[in-house]
Design a binder for this molecule. Structure first.
Ligand code: ADP
Length: 620
């Protein structure tokens, strides 16, 4: 090799730390390096196969698209060669020599602190550092590469994976990349063919290009989705899923189908058993791979599924897309939207089937993906009814953890009940003990208990289900009924009510929208409810969490004039010397309501006032 033109490069500081972490701490199975390198080669081959469709001047057009692994048992050396797109000099510096996404180092450090490793997840691939896992088994790597376009130079990249790397010229004549390294003493058994084959069968069996180990093909190259559903075994399908996603669990469900007619398409879609940790972060989201006649056109093609189903993984293959058009055109093609409609229909049908016939499986699905899935209510208007049928919530009539559908709720309603009631908050326990439920409990009216943050963005937008309005109990108008009238006999006189309300209003004038006599309270002295145009308490709290400057709307304080505390205040008001004591008590009642809602900002003042009031109450 011509050393004269060799240049030295330093890895950036962050990259150095990252390499140290990867090589020394994050993997427990060094053999995954093979998966990472093969997967890079497969990506490069896929890119080439795609480029070749539109570019007539590629290098070595007749060269087989494959991955060749060769070994030298004398020297314990392995090389992995592909005939993919190859790398330019800029690629070597910008793609191979640096971290793909910012925040990677921090993320991996946290992972290490939590004692986790990278073997099972799809993490290393996500961060664009998979290549470097090879440094677990070797001290130095040589990479020879030639970019696929005619006239490209060949380069040699050499590094020990610590501080620096060099780039020089290479004698490589064919398109693609060859990575060569000598195994460290403790990993020299990896040079054996049987060992390499077993690793490839475990991690890389479904790579779409032949993988040869010393001239013997190891993998079975079949596009599983092209076969008929009943010719594929469950084991094959699960293995394919794991290959595709790097998940270590089997999926909880799949759809494998072919449609012919106006649109032709073949597909296997998978429902993961658990949600990946970052699945709510849209930018990290993987999706479905789009093929045309077995040629990968787009990985993670987000346009194939609506956002609320973006956790579904798999493959869609259609011969109806023109291959030689730009990505933008692919995206806006009517073929895409037709396929999307077909996929959504199939997915919802499977979920409906689970919801009816395998409810525990369906609930497991909801637990994992419900937060995202339910948002379909706000975006997929075509399927809104189907989605609404699929909603499930806990309620005051279900045991903890048991879910009910809106349909079942309606079947339990009294004939004169016109609304489906709900309340939202952090936990079932808090909601269940809230004063707001007192009236509904007493009247034996079922209330849905919404504890998932996405519920407050969706439930209000259902508006109506089978002719019944959906209503927040904080907003619901409460009728004065007979049971209430009987308690009213304990209530204070009309005049006293007016006086006490006037006093509450004057003390809290800048804090509440209004003070009214409550129809919904039974055992508690007061509660805060939303005004006519306000948002419910839970929504407001979430808004505040998202936006520090969000001030919210003023609430209405409802007071229970049958409660001894309110009665006592009304008696206090008869003597003007009690003015201050009454005002403090009112202030305290208001803040206690805030405390219950999780909205009390200043516990110090609250505590001081409480001490003062208790001192007075306990003075003999
Ligand atoms: P990732 O593959 O997750 O992006 P890697 O560290 O494994 O991260 O690789 C970094 C980049 O180097 C790849 O994105 C790709 O652009 C390039 N690369 C790695 N291996 C090859 C290869 N065999 N052929 C062409 N490019 C490659």
């Amino acid at each position: 090799m011509n050393n004269v033109t060799t240049e030295q490069f330093e890895f950036k500081a962050e990259m150095k730390q990252l390499l140290h972490l990867i090589i020394h701490s994050l993997y427990t199975h060094p053999d995954v390096f093979l998966r990472e390198l093969i997967s890079n080669s497969s990506d490069a081959l896929n890119k080439f196969r795609f480029e070749r469709l539109t570019n007539p001047t590629v290098l070595n057009p007749d060269q087989e698209l494959c991955i060749r692994i060769t070994t030298d048992k004398e020297t314990n050396t392995i090389s992995i060669e592909d005939f993919g797109v190859g790398l330019t000099k800029e690629d070597l510096i910008n793609k191979l020599g640096s971290v793909a996404s910012s925040g990677t180092l921090e993320f991996l450090q946290n992972l290490k602190e939590q004692g986790k490793n990278l073997d099972n997840g799809d993490l290393i691939g996500q961060f664009g550092v998979g290549f470097y896992s090879v440094f677990m088994v070797t001290d130095e790597v040589t990479l020879d590469t030639k970019y696929y376009q005619e006239g490209s130079e060949s380069y040699q990249w050499v590094s020990n994976g610590e501080g620096s790397y060099s780039i020089g010229t290479s004698e490589r004549e064919v398109r693609g990349t060859k990575i060569t390294f000598t195994l460290k003493e403790e990993f020299k058994n990896l040079v054996e063919d049987y060992k390499l084959k077993s690793i490839i069968e475990k991690y890389s069996n479904f790579v779409e290009f032949p993988i040869y180990v010393n001239d013997t093909q190891v993998n079975t190259v079949t596009a599983l989705w092209q076969r008929s559903a009943d010719s594929v075994t469950e084991e094959e399908r699960n293995e394919f899923y794991k290959f595709l996603t790097h998940d270590y669990e089997d999926p909880i469900g799949y759809i494998h189908f072919a449609v012919e007619g106006v649109i032709e398409c073949k597909s296997i879609l998978f429902f993961p058993a658990t949600a990946p940790t970052n699945f709510l972060r849209e930018e990290d989201q993987k999706s479905v791979n789009l093929y045309s006649n077995k040629v990968l056109i787009q990985e993670n093609c987000k346009e194939l599924l609506p956002d609320y189903l973006r956790f579904i993984r798999g493959v869609v293959d259609t011969p109806d897309l023109p291959l030689n058009v730009s990505r933008e055109i692919t995206q806006s093609s009517p073929v895409m939207s037709k396929i999307k409609t077909i996929l959504v229909g199939k997915i919802l049908s499977l979920l409906e089937d689970w919801a009816t016939n395998e409810p525990s499986k369906y609930e497991k699905f909801l637990k994992n993906f419900g937060q995202l899935f339910k948002l379909g209510i706000n975006s997929d208007f075509t399927n809104k009814d189907r989605l609404t049928h699929l909603l499930r919530y806990e309620s005051t009539r279900t045991e903890k953890g048991v879910l009910t559908s809106l349909k079942d709720y309606i079947s339990r309603m009294d004939s004169d009940q016109n609304s489906i009631y709900y309340v939202s908050g952090d936990s079932r326990e808090n909601l269940f003990n809230s004063p707001k439920l007192e009236y509904f409990k007493k009247q034996n009216i079922e209330v849905l208990l919404l504890t998932d943050p996405s519920d407050i963005f969706t439930v209000p937008y259902i508006f109506e289900y089978e002719g019944k309005k959906l209503e927040s109990i904080e907003k619901a108008e409460i009728k004065q009924d007979d049971s209430k009238k009987s308690t009213d006999e304990n209530s204070i006189s009309e005049q006293q009510q007016q006086d006490v309300i006037a006093k509450f209003k004057s003390v809290l004038s800048d804090k509440v929208e209004d003070v009214v006599v409550s129809m919904r309270l039974v055992n508690s002295p007061a509660t805060l409810v939303q005004g006519k145009d306000g948002m419910d308490t839970h929504t407001e709290r979430l808004m505040k969490m998202m936006d520090k400057n969000f001030t919210g709307t003023k609430r209405v304080l409802e007071i229970n004039t049958s409660h001894p505390l309110i009665k006592n205040i009304s008696i206090l008001l008869e003597d003007s010397s009690n003015e201050e004591f009454a005002s403090k008590s009112i202030q305290h009642i208001y803040e206690s309501c805030l405390l219950l809602e999780g909205m009390l900002n200043d516990p110090n003042e609250y505590f001081q006032r409480m001490s003062e009031l208790l001192t007075k109450a306990t003075t003999k």
